[in-house]
Design a protein. Structure first.
Ligand SMILES: [Zn+2]
Length: 346
């Protein structure tokens, strides 16, 4: 979710959708909607710990982080954005007992957004022998998207040095300027079965939420770390390729897992992922139709209802989709995006 804040910086107001046509509004009481047994997972299995990322706009979000115990130490999945998140992750790793390790030895980044890699420098500092694995897409992002974002932050700081958000802008700029410390030591370009810390993991490559997403499966424990291929209260569409995202979700659904941990939001069951996939497909179909924007937003709220039990989440979902439907899904070049990694198509 690297991009939405640009609205705040520039004061850009999303263009109103003027073509309000009679269309295929998604009915909130669709009789075909399947009954859902239980969307949210309970406890994570032994040897896996979750640090939930905060998402309370206007503060920039942190993605969820996970710790998986391995014989050599913890494998961490994503490092969050703010220093407080990385420090909490280090503290969570330090709560060890006879069955769990103390040090983080491997870090896998799901993708290059700052809410998932921003804590990399702090983790490297705390654990100098840390090995970081990620998609190579961060190189292009640092040269392109993040470089442009840094330029906007510098402009905003020059023009409004006393703005209430100035400290946040400065911190965000420092994260991008950390550059090399955000990059992986080892790139993962396609699906790989890897022994990490002496334990086997499957890392899957996709390109849906960004141009280089990785997910990670601990088969034995039945835990699938999905990164931002699954996010609540809505799909985070800032740098997304929705056409690549759908097959990525299909592949996630085909994995052997009992608990799926999204990039943002609480852990889901297999049934929860099915709700998400169906709601996602219907959101894309609605956005591609002449239906009014409000109908697509109402459709998501209805379809994803089992995943949005509280009013605050539904309000946030409406606010975010009010931006994403016109600015991401209905943008003129929305269909144009890079092909997914070759190994991820099967
Ligand atoms: Zn994220």
């Amino acid at each position: 979710m690297a991009d939405r804040n640009r609205r705040g910086i520039r004061g850009v107001v999303a263009a109103a959708l003027v073509a309000v046509l009679a269309g295929t509004a998604v009915a909130a009481d669709d009789p075909a909607a399947p009954a859902v047994p239980e969307a949210f997972a309970g406890e994570l299995p032994a040897g896996v710990r979750l640090l939930r990322g905060q998402n309370a706009p206007p503060r920039q979000p942190d993605g969820n982080s996970l710790l998986f115990a391995t014989p050599a130490g913890w494998l961490a999945f994503d490092s969050g954005r703010h220093p407080q998140h990385a420090q909490a992750l280090i503290a969570l790793a330090a709560e060890h007992d006879d069955a769990t390790p103390a040090a983080i030895v491997v870090l896998v980044n799901s993708h290059w957004h700052l809410d998932h890699v921003g804590g990399n420098p702090l983790l490297r500092q705390a654990f100098p022998r840390l090995q970081v694995l990620a998609s190579p897409a961060i190189d292009a992002a640092l040269a392109g998207f993040l470089a442009r974002y840094a330029e906007q932050l510098r402009e905003a700081l020059a023009q409004q040095p006393d703005a209430p958000q100035a400290a946040d802008w400065q911190a965000e700029l420092a994260r991008i300027e950390a550059g090399d410390a955000l990059r992986p030591d080892r790139v993962v370009c396609a699906d790989e079965e890897l022994a990490l810390g002496g334990r086997r993991f499957l890392i899957g490559a996709a390109a849906g939420a960004s141009d280089g997403d990785l997910w990670l499966l601990d088969r034995e424990r039945g835990v699938l770390a999905a990164g931002d291929l699954v996010t609540l209260p809505v799909p985070f569409l800032d740098t997304a390729c929705p056409a690549n995202w759908q097959p990525a979700l299909e592949r996630l659904a085909a994995q052997e897992f009992t608990v799926l941990v999204p990039g943002h939001g609480p852990p889901l069951t297999r049934a929860g992922l099915e709700v998400y996939r169906r709601a996602f497909d219907r959101l894309l179909a609605c956005a591609a139709s002449p239906a009014p924007e409000a109908a697509c937003i109402d459709g998501w709220i209805a379809d994803a209802a089992p995943l949005l039990p509280d009013e605050g989440q539904r309000r946030l979902a409406r606010d975010m989709l009010g931006y994403y439907v016109p600015q991401s899904l209905r943008r003129a070049d929305a269909g144009r995006c890079a092909p997914p990694p070759a190994a991820a198509r099967g």
